[in-house]
Design a protein around this ligand. Structure first.
Ligand SMILES: [Mg+2]
Length: 381
């Protein structure tokens, strides 16, 4: 069996897909969505296709090594996102070739079902925002029985803010706790936009509502700054969606800088690398909560690793990225869990007509979502 062709599709704003077809007619899908650089990942996949066409798709580790190491310059988010999508597609083909879900080729299931959390933004503190937020919570609980949610402080944050700004977020956090009760977990994503001092101050204000974790309290480049936050906060800190490969996580592990890591299967290096990162995390008693804020192919690839990793805690599920018509059958969430995938490969069938639709919108991805502070300087978002 040989790789016969590689195609790419852009059916949704945050969903960019790679399709690998073999000369035996098998098809594998992967996801190469990268905020800020959609054209670059497209070009990278095109370049890698020159190497992959004519090769045996089942030599996944060999292709991973070739793509990562062969051209002198290693890593970077463009190459790693392209490699991640290709790796997912090759694992999809491998599962289909052997007639089993991909997780069966990764060691078999370590659990019976996969726990997921949903995004639940509470919006502004205006009465209208509260009413909408409560409605959305009830809908999510009714629809999937979710027992864990993630929200965030939203907006832009300067190096320090007045009490009113901090209190608005803190009040929201406690209100969320009041609404869901003590049986439900709530986490907050700071999006890497705080300073260590501000992150620590805010974490102390919300510690009474017992967060499940705070994610990316500070940007990802400085592991010591992250560890400083962890050392001063009495609940778990998480990071990892912007870290690439085992080498990207090495310092996090060695310094025990966080409690949980959040590698993204479409950036870290695909299914192959996500499992390796998780296996290293196990020796540090760190659990993985794979990040997934893009489309249903990346989400499905994450589930395959979630199934087999002992130190898996929970899977992120952005509901707006799912159930959008790309999969013929959407993943069903019941009691806050998804049953183990049953179909061969990554476990879904794509509606190819939907996949071939070109959304043609690059705006959000090219803009990177940043905006400016009131003094005209660039803010993180
Ligand atoms: Mg995040």
């Amino acid at each position: 069996m040989k790789i016969a062709r590689i195609d790419q599709f852009f059916p949704r704003r945050r969903t960019r897909l790679v399709k690998i077809t073999t000369d035996s007619g098998l098809v594998g899908w992967g996801e190469t969505t990268l905020e800020g650089k959609p054209k670059s990942t497209t070009a990278a996949v095109e370049e890698l296709a020159d190497y992959l066409i004519g090769k045996d798709p089942l030599r996944i580790e060999h292709h991973w090594q070739h793509i990562y190491r062969s051209a002198f310059y290693r890593g970077g988010n463009v190459l790693m996102t392209a490699l991640s999508g290709i790796d997912q597609a090759l694992w999809d083909i491998a599962g289909k070739q052997y007639g089993v879900p991909t997780y069966q080729l990764l060691g078999g299931a370590a659990r019976d079902r996969i726990r997921v959390y949903a995004h639940w933004g509470i919006g502004s503190l205006a009465d209208e925002g509260k009413a909408r937020a409560k409605e959305r919570l009830e809908m999510l609980q009714k629809k999937g029985g979710y027992k864990a949610f993630k929200s965030g402080p939203g907006g832009k944050w300067r190096a320090h803010e007045p009490p009113a700004v901090i209190d608005a977020f803190v009040e929201r956090a406690y209100l969320m706790r009041e609404w869901v009760g003590p049986d439900v977990e709530i986490a907050f994503d700071f999006h890497g936009k705080m300073t260590p001092a501000l992150a620590i101050e805010i974490c102390h204000e919300i510690k009474g509502m017992r967060p499940m974790f705070v994610e990316e309290p500070v940007p990802q480049e400085n592991v010591d700054a992250l560890k400083l936050v962890s050392d001063h906060v009495p609940f778990p800190i998480a990071t990892g969606e912007r870290l690439l490969t085992r080498w990207g996580f090495r310092e996090i592990f060695e310094k025990q800088a966080v409690a949980y890591i959040q590698p993204d299967t479409s950036h870290v290096g695909g299914i192959t690398e996500l499992k390796k990162v998780a296996n290293i995390a196990e020796i540090y008693y760190m659990h993985i909560m794979p990040h997934c804020a893009i489309g249903p192919v990346a989400f499905s690839a994450s589930l395959q690793v979630d199934a087999v990793v002992p130190n898996f805690l929970i899977q992120e599920q952005v509901d707006s990225g799912l159930g959008d018509g790309l999969l013929k059958e959407d993943w069903q969430v019941k009691d806050g869990h998804i049953e183990l995938p049953k179909k061969p490969g990554l476990g879904f069938e794509i509606d190819e007509k939907e996949a071939e639709r070109d959304c043609g919108v690059y705006e959000e991805e090219l803009g990177g979502g940043f905006y400016y502070e009131s003094d005209g300087s660039v803010a993180d978002w």
